[in-house]
Design a protein around this ligand. Sequence first.
Ligand SMILES: [Zn+2]
Length: 193
Amino acid sequence: MMDFGVDEEDMEPIALPAHRVWEDLQDIAVYVQMCLSELGLRRWSFCWDRAVRRMGCCNITRAQISLSRYFAEAYLKKDPEMIRHTILHELAHALAVDNYGETGHGKVWYMYCLRLGLRNPTVRCKCEDFTPAHFQRRTTRYVLCHRETGEIFRRYKAKPRKNAARLQRTYIRGRKEETLGKLVIRRIDDDGL
Ligand SMILES: [Zn+2]
């Protein structure tokens, strides 16, 4: 086994900012950004992604942690603890990469999980292992969403036949001003962005 030179004594718990109950996705985004700054992960950023088969993703090349918008919407009220666990899991990746150059779910990642308060960090080999069962069965392949915010309005199993000119005239009822000319069809992509 590779020795990453982890100081065995350096196992002090790392305190994360406290947060109130998350009311919406923006609360979660703000929280992750607070954590990144608190942990000194200054080159890292947070964003939402469109994955449907895994909750969280830590993109080392981009120094970016992302969470599935679908997942977060579905579990915001139902199981916020699961969202929190995913955030800790991804933060542990960022710390392991930046401080020890370790990628994947190795010894350093595991140590950071514990220090961040994740009691049973999964040591299975993929972030995908977090995926709730119904996400794995999901068959939606295309969505109608807002070009700028990524908000999803409709889901489709097959690519909808809407040409660009028609899309340009489409808007969401009750939200014409903010959606007219701003809607796009996107293929769902499990690799995040
Ligand atoms: Zn992971």
